[in-house]
Design a protein around this ligand. Sequence first.
Ligand code: RIB
Ligand code: CA
Length: 343
Amino acid sequence: MPTDPLPTSRHKILLDADVGIDDAIAMLFLAGRPNAEIVGVGSVHGNIPSELAATNARRLLELCGLDDVPVAIGARRPMAQPLATAEWVHGADGLGNTNRPAPKRGPVAEDAVAQMLRLTREAPGEIDIVAVGPLTNLGLALCIDPSLAERVRSVTVMGGTIIHEGNASATGEANIWHDPEAAQLVFSAPWRATMVGLDVTQVTRLRAAELAEIEGLGTKRSHFAIEILAHYLDVYQRTFGARECPLHDPLAAGVAVDPSYVTESLRLAIDVSLAGANRGATVVDRRSWMAPAANDSERRERVGGDVGAPKGATDSPALVTIPMKVDGPRFVRDLIDTLKVGG
Ligand code: RIB
Ligand code: CA
């Protein structure tokens, strides 16, 4: 599990997404960042069915003039539970019922898991995966080829929550709740992983002033953003009592290409609850004398014996970076800037 800081160079992004409204804004952000290149998109079930998510990805890429980026259809259902979608949040078309024209080109023949394995074999150590939907494709890819974890430069997941309440259940965040088994596989793999959860995404919001600014930009991308956000804002108005919305997936994309948005983070092993009412919750041990230990032997050494060491645990746990505070205003400014691109 690499821990040294990544150079802030150009990022080759493989996006894995259930392209609904905030996924689409994340795509606009990545498409407008000079240090990011989207090298492929894999769709996944979640907000909407996987085929429709792939269609929306192609709609987005076409809008941004990125017609060459391959879009592969991914998992159509979770590993161990029935499919559940959230059209009430994202609209029947996943893009706020804007009913955009069908994209000109189709998806590639390869599926999203095969694409992930191939792209990371072709460019070992170069690909940053940004996963902003349920983690089924990543989990399946790890089952087929566990060495994937060594070939990927970084994995940034939008999902989970540590302190904030859940948004799909009392304790579960939607992307994890949609496929807890896949999430468990992803968080226990030995890669450089970051979990951008509700603790930071729910409080990083577009509010009236920023929405007015985006509306005033008058670009193709800003126009599209305002159009699809209308439905999302209607939904969140019921929760927040104000016309504002969280930036779940865009913030994860932001942290992937610029980790300096994060001002405070934890680095802990994540256990995903697989049973009972808390199925889909991301559980961490935040006790201060447990937290910073890199592995079990270090932990045992610190507490002077076996006290507190999990019974039978001999392997080092996979540690995940978990942002707890971000520079939201700077991120929102940068997001607005990306909507100016392309005229
Ligand atoms: O909980 C927020 C996440 O669930 C986002 O990725 C959103 O697009 C939905 O999939
Ligand atoms: Ca999403």
